[in-house]
Design a protein around this ligand. Structure first.
Ligand code: HSE
Length: 449
């Protein structure tokens, strides 16, 4: 049986997870693909660093060049994270014509265009299943499974930390800060949680998926992002009363211009072409939608193709074993490509949409949930309604718990479809009303139409 040798850079949580998974299921994989995959070398930061699964000392080195340049290493897996050293490692391996596997979403978000082009230029391949939603094979689905589809809609719960926090806030009626603290103790959130809770990790993943699904490189600067820091227990409870659940949702949607909007231009490319919404923000989704039931640290993706219709993917988005499963899948592809001499069978990413562009969030149209903290005096509701009316924004429902005249009271409004820019301007005016006591909260609603 033919043998392919793997060289890994990174022997921490993910690297040792891959080592363990390969030990456990390497023979099974070999029997399925007809190639034996053997781990030849692992570059580590320190021999004695703590790792969930032990790696034999004889396989370790502290010099990554020793791994990449070893003529016996056929495939390189970059599992170090970060964007500087990781980029250098990948470029060095690609220049040697070696296929590379990476789990590094931040790197692909920042330098993917360059790295994919380098793979093409050097006649080899870059595999990145582990970079988006760990154990869910969504890259393979978009790269291969849906190759005959135009992806019209993709909605993703792609950050486990945020989903864990929002799920507990919903089910326990807990406050954001308390759940975040507990999530940090339990290891579900980092000590410095900003990458997750401010939406940047989700942005990296959604940008990669948008590029792959729409055939042009989506510049992360064009992706609108809002995290979950501002979501309160009250928002979650009022949303529930209205039949909705709050999720941090990545949205990639074909954008249709109507009426005066048709004359406006997208932020990425002024020419006409495939215009898409690419965004990450807390979203109210109907309780009966399947994504509303995705709880705890789980990830899920709801993908609609023009031929296939609606599809659903669910699984663990992070963790050593889910990530190792994705790396093994890439490893099998790399091994088969080497066996059959087809290093370019499925290229990592081929830009094919010359006129693609991401639309500005101001142009995106959706319904809204608005929560105001107002003084309960005659005329308050009328003043708020007048500002929305003048902006041609319709109110679809109103909730105000019975309060005491003159005291502060929450005022919840659901708004009909309106462009984001118009709603933001109206809310700025509303925030200046003397009866409005704190900054308005606005959460977009998604009905999956
Ligand atoms: N921190 C991420 C999450 C996993 O919470 O989903 C790695 O992207």
């Amino acid at each position: 049986m033919q043998q392919v040798n793997l060289g890994m850079i990174g022997g921490g949580t993910v690297g040792s997870g891959v080592f363990h998974a390969l030990q456990l299921n390497g023979p099974l994989m070999a029997s399925r693909i007809g190639v034996k995959v053997s781990l030849r070398k692992v570059a580590v930061k320190a021999f004695d660093e703590s790792r969930p699964y032990a790696i034999p000392r004889s396989a370790m080195t502290t010099d990554w060049q020793n791994v990449v340049r070893d003529p016996q290493v056929d495939v390189v897996a970059e599992l170090v994270g970060g964007t500087t050293l990781a980029r250098a490692i990948i470029l060095a391996a690609l220049e040697l014509g070696k296929p590379v596997i990476t789990a590094n979403k931040a790197l692909l978000s920042a330098h993917g265009e360059e790295l994919f082009a380098a793979a093409q230029q050097h006649g080899t391949n870059l595999y990145y299943e582990a970079s988006v939603c760990g154990g869910i094979p969504i890259i393979k689905a978009l790269r291969e499974g849906f190759v005959g589809n135009r992806i019209t809609h993709l909605y993703g719960i792609v950050n486990g930390t945020c989903n864990y926090i929002l799920s507990r806030m919903k089910h326990e009626g807990a406050d954001f800060a308390a759940v975040l603290r507990d999530a940090q103790v339990q290891g579900y959130a980092e000590a410095e949680p900003s990458l997750d809770i401010d939406g940047h990790d989700a942005l990296h993943k959604i940008g990669i998926l948008a590029s792959l699904a729409h055939g042009f490189w989506v510049n992360p600067k064009h992706i609108y992002v809002e995290g979950i820091r501002a979501i309160t227990r009250a928002d979650i409870q009022f949303a529930h009363q209205l039949g909705y659940t709050v999720k941090l949702l990545g949205i990639i949607k074909k954008f249709e211009r109507h009426g005066p909007q048709a004359r406006r231009r997208p932020s990425g490319n002024p020419a006409a072409g495939s215009h898409i919404q690419v965004s990450v923000y807390p979203t109210l989704i109907p309780n009966k939608h399947v994504l509303a039931g995705v709880d705890h640290v789980f990830n899920a993706l709801f993908v609609r193709g023009d031929i296939v219709g609606d599809t659903l993917f669910y699984g663990r988005g992070a963790g050593k074993d889910a990530t190792a499963s994705a790396v093994l899948s890439d490893l099998a592809d790399a091994a088969l490509d080497l066996k059959f001499g087809t290093k370019h069978r499925v290229p990592p990413f081929v830009p094919h949409e010359r006129k693609g562009a991401v639309v500005s969030i101001d142009e995106v149209v959706s319904p809204y949930f608005v929560r105001l903290d107002v003084k309960d005096v005659p005329g308050t509701l009328a003043k708020v309604a007048t500002i929305f009316g003048e902006a041609k924004i319709g109110i679809s429902s109103v909730i105000q718990p019975e309060g005491h005249e003159g005291a502060s009271v929450p005022l919840i409004l659901m708004l009909h479809d309106a462009p984001n820019g118009a709603v933001s301007s109206a809310l700025k005016k509303i925030a200046r009303l003397p009866v409005v006591k704190s900054a308005p909260v606005m959460i977009r609603v998604e009905n999956f139409g």
